[in-house]
Design a binder for this molecule. Structure first.
Ligand SMILES: C[S@@+](CC[C@H](N)C(=O)[O-])C[C@H]1O[C@@H](n2cnc3c(N)ncnc32)[C@H](O)[C@@H]1O
Length: 188
């Protein structure tokens, strides 16, 4: 089985229901495949490792890249760690905002897929993008039955990304609804 198929199977077998859907995963793999030599990727919210698997699949067979994936819940992180990851994948058990504050790196592709770093502290995630780095968020299409406060928080993420003058951003009706933002390089 492929890394991606194994990851979906692991999520299902362990009742983890928050994995990214294949449409979003394929987008992540495609963006990862276009990354320049030496690129760094960050996933915020590892979950069972489905998004990580799509990203890794898009990057293989390269070895010049690095993928950090951060998960706050130790049991969920342990589940993702049961996979056989390529050597360029580094799993971290940490709160996203603490990780963002501590990491010395900037990233060329970020999938912000957890409360921390997306709904809370989105600006800190954007700050960690390299010039021309790409940020992806999903679940942007409102779903009937979402609690009103969650709907408002997702709307806040949309507004922040689509109006940030430092980003070129687009919202796509793809999968659960994605926004892709690319950080503008400094003037000059
Ligand atoms: C939507 S799931 C991630 C799914 C995964 N990215 C994928 O594509 O399959 C969100 C995950 O973020 C984790 N999480 C929630 N808050 C977090 C935080 N502040 N820092 C890091 N991880 C967090 C949750 O425990 C959960 O596993």
């Amino acid at each position: 089985m492929s890394l991606v198929d194994t990851a979906y199977a692991r999520a299902t077998a362990n009742g983890f229901g928050q994995s990214c859907e294949p449409e979003v995963g394929r987008l992540l793999a495609t963006l990862a495949a276009a990354l320049p030599p030496g690129a760094r990727v960050l996933e915020i919210g590892t979950g069972a490792g489905v998004g990580t698997a799509w990203i890794a699949d898009g990057l293989r067979p390269r070895s010049d890249v690095s993928v950090d994936s951060v998960e706050a819940d130790p049991a969920t992180a342990a589940l993702a760690a049961t996979a056989e990851w390529p050597a360029f994948v580094h799993l971290h058990v940490a709160d996203a905002l603490e990780f963002l504050a501590a990491t010395p790196h900037r990233y060329d592709l970020v999938f912000a897929d957890a409360f921390g770093g997306k709904i809370e502290g989105l600006d800190r995630t954007v700050e960690k993008l390299n010039a021309r780095g790409t940020l992806v968020v999903d679940d942007m299409t409102p779903v009937e039955g979402w609690p009103e406060d969650f709907r408002a928080k997702q709307a806040g993420v949309r507004r922040a990304l689509l109006t940030d003058p430092g980003l070129v951003a687009v919202e796509l009706a793809h999968g659960s609804g994605v926004i892709i933002g690319v950080r503008r390089p400094p003037a000059g």
